[in-house]
Design a protein. Structure first.
Length: 352
């Protein structure tokens, strides 16, 4: 009888230990499940949040960035799983979008794989290298000094067949996707690749047929664009007119080149005094094309030069309705009539 009681007692102990182990295992399993798969993100009412991890960052920097943005509900579980998934030694820089329902596992997978949120860059609406640098610095990690140095370094630009005067021809206005941590070298290499893609064999052939290099085509296209930003059919007429002047060894006398030379893009009416401004970009005082473009020539402007209209026009003048359209003339006398209409329109609107 005593033996049976003793056996029953040991059975109870074993069962109790098993129950304790099962409960502990269940609790441990739940903790592991929670650590890995349950949401550990605190974004308040936001559905997502962007964070930036700079180049050269270590795991401690990632923790600091997440902490500054108050993103993690439980830092310890994130650090624990980061250790297990070997993320601590695999930090990748970039721009990342954190979603509100992310688990530690999903967040670590995102960061460890370097799955970045792409950014878009375009060159529309800008004219100068400094404006380009300013736009780039707001979009990619590369700093303004590095960009400024590269874009003005003839030695650096030589590998692209360009110099600091004509480097703008490398950038064909379009919308391009980049990653935030793009370096200066990566940016220039990407633009060189896009440039080569744009300059197809057909475009190269047309440039050769009209007797201009790719760079010269882009420079002339920037002037055409300065005169006419939108009407592609008129761009071809203007291109033909300027090629006529170049062929006759005449000054181009383009007002947009004066404005670019002065650097004041708020000018609405170029004065006689301003046309005498001394600059290699001023086509009122220098024959031929300027040393570089006066803006970022769009695809349509470059194609307008390559497919310019063969005409006999030598002069052009904006129309008095200020529509952006132009009168074209073959003689100076005809041009003077149009020019007076335009001056009268400006005077009546008190534009000086």
């Amino acid at each position: 009888m005593a033996k049976k009681k003793k056996t029953s007692f040991f059975k109870k102990i074993i069962i109790s230990l098993l129950l304790i182990l099962l409960i502990a295992g269940g609790a441990g399993g739940y903790y592991v499940y929670k650590t890995i798969y349950q949401s550990n993100i605190n974004l308040g009412d936001k559905k997502s949040l962007i964070i930036y991890i700079p180049t050269g960052s270590k795991f401690e920097d990632v923790i600091r960035i997440l902490g500054e943005n108050n993103i993690l509900k439980n830092r310890a579980t994130f650090e624990f799983l980061s250790e297990k998934k070997k993320y601590k030694n695999a930090v990748k820089p970039g721009k990342y979008r954190i979603l509100a329902n992310m688990s530690n596992n999903a967040l670590i997978n995102l960061l460890r794989a370097g799955i970045q949120e792409p950014i878009e860059i375009n060159f529309n609406g800008i004219k100068t290298k400094m404006q380009l640098i300013s736009r780039l610095c707001r979009r990619i990690e590369a700093d303004s000094l590095s960009l400024y140095t590269a874009i003005n370094d003839n030695g650096y630009l030589r590998k692209y067949g360009l110099n600091s005067d004509n480097v703008q021809t490398l950038f064909i206005p379009n919308t391009y996707e980049f990653y935030w941590n793009t370096s200066v070298d990566e940016f220039f290499n990407r633009m060189a690749k896009e440039y080569k893609t744009f300059w197809t064999d057909a475009r190269k052939k047309k440039a050769k047929e009209i007797g201009y290099s790719q760079t010269e085509v882009s420079i002339l296209a920037s002037i055409v664009q300065g005169e006419q930003c939108c009407d592609n059919s008129e761009k071809k007429i203007i291109a033909g007119l300027y090629i006529n002047r170049l062929n006759k060894n005449m000054l181009l006398q383009s007002d947009p080149t004066v404005i670019f030379a002065i650097g004041d893009f708020s000018i609405q009416r170029v004065s006689n005094e301003q046309t005498n401004f001394q600059s290699p970009y001023n086509t009122y005082v220098n024959k031929g094309l300027p040393p570089g473009p006066i803006g970022f020539a769009q695809e349509s402007s470059i194609d307008a030069v390559l497919n310019y209209e063969k005409n006999d026009y030598i002069f052009m003048c904006a129309k008095e309705d200020l529509s952006g359209k132009h009168y074209f003339a073959k003689t100076y006398e005809q041009h003077c009539v149009f020019a007076q209409k335009y001056r009268d329109a400006l005077n009546s609107r008190n534009i000086h």
